[in-house]
Design a protein around this ligand. Sequence first.
Ligand code: HEC
Length: 439
Amino acid sequence: MRITIALLALPLVAAPRPTFTEDVAPIVFSKCAACHRPGEAAPFALLSYDDVKKRGPMLAGVTKARLMPPWHADEGWAKFRDERRLSEAEIATFQNWVKSGMPEGPQSKLPKLPEFPRGWQLGKPDLVLTMERGFEVPADGPDIYRNFVLKLNLPEDKWVKAIELRPSARAVVHHVLYFLDNTGAARRKDGADGKPGFGGMTAGVARGGSLGGWAVGASPRRLPEDLALPLPQGSDIVLQSHFHPTGKMETEQTTIGLYFADKPPSRTLTGVQVPALFGFGAGIDIPAGEADYRIRDSFTLPVDVDVFGAGAHAHYLAKTMRLTATLPDGTSKAVLGINDWDFAWQDQYYFEQPFRLPKGARVDVEIRYDNSTANPRNPQNPPQRVQWGEGSFDEMGSMSLIAVPARESDLAELREALQKHRQAAISGRIRQGVGQLLR
Ligand code: HEC
């Protein structure tokens, strides 16, 4: 898919009187059609002149407001991989096209539709796992978040370079996060309510950490360099799936393909999460109606690290999230900023090129929440007091660097500092609890 896209030449300046075939179709085919085609989770197809003309003014509106294509990160430290942001010229092309009456243009200029791959995009996987039973997604009702256990039963420890996801009912699957469970907890919860999997939106069940994720329109990728994530013998994979009902009952039975590395990586991927434990110790306690509630936390890197990407996690009330790095010389720069957090689009953001943060660099995170009625994503009306927790009406909040120590010999020191940071979060939480009891 990426090759086809690269061949479509996109203009740098907007044509004053654009036509569909010459100017609009190249943008729509490369920036919208991957999701807006039959069977994908976007609500309508954008593949023909008629499809696009029918919704022309709406397309001009959502692109101008930067609601589409979905992309929530501000420009960061460096260029992001697979960035979906439209250029100013592309946005102006939609505007000008609608203003000039949405002309079709010469047929001969219509670019070929991109070819969307069928089958495994990364080739034959080393291991294929499928949900034991299908999960019924009703025709309508609210979005559903559900966790499913895929039993690995590995004969030995493995390292995973990529996971490819194949939903059976693509139209209802919005996104899926992958977690590692090395405690057996997910197996025990599985099916407890009579349906496959178990409910809740917790990142906490799977203590083994994140293995990335997939969202509608994303292509699977191998981890860069010789990086790979550990899959210890005895662990399971937990899928946390977000379903969006489409008006038709569907049964989803997801399959994933795992691609293994043939040897352990030379450097160990380490999540630098700030605040630690998804904000457990940050004292999140948001009064009902509070429109600008903030938490902050910092972590100073004890060793040089190379940053490959960054990610964020919160529930519905978070509005803006910012992770900045301040270097020992005092200069500071945003690594990842999200101005309009949307729980439905939790992406991990990888940089095209990794960059180094030196020992002594301070990572600062600030997360702002809006628990007023002015927040259209507030699930509770009237708003209620909200505290940290794993339920969907509770909140969490943290951001993470996806990093490796510059020198593998520094790994123990980095891990020890992160462990102390987590320990401080737990002590902080205990102090708050005692404070609340004494009050
Ligand atoms: C990564 C997948 C993806 C891409 C790329 C994408 N869309 Fe969407 N689009 C969606 C989904 C999913 C929805 C349904 C609403 C949601 O989940 O946010 C949607 C909804 C819409 C809507 C309806 C909005 C509403 O309020 O009902 C419009 C209009 C739209 N997209 C236009 C576009 C245009 C134009 C492009 C390209 C410039 C584009 N989209 C690219 C996934 C995508």
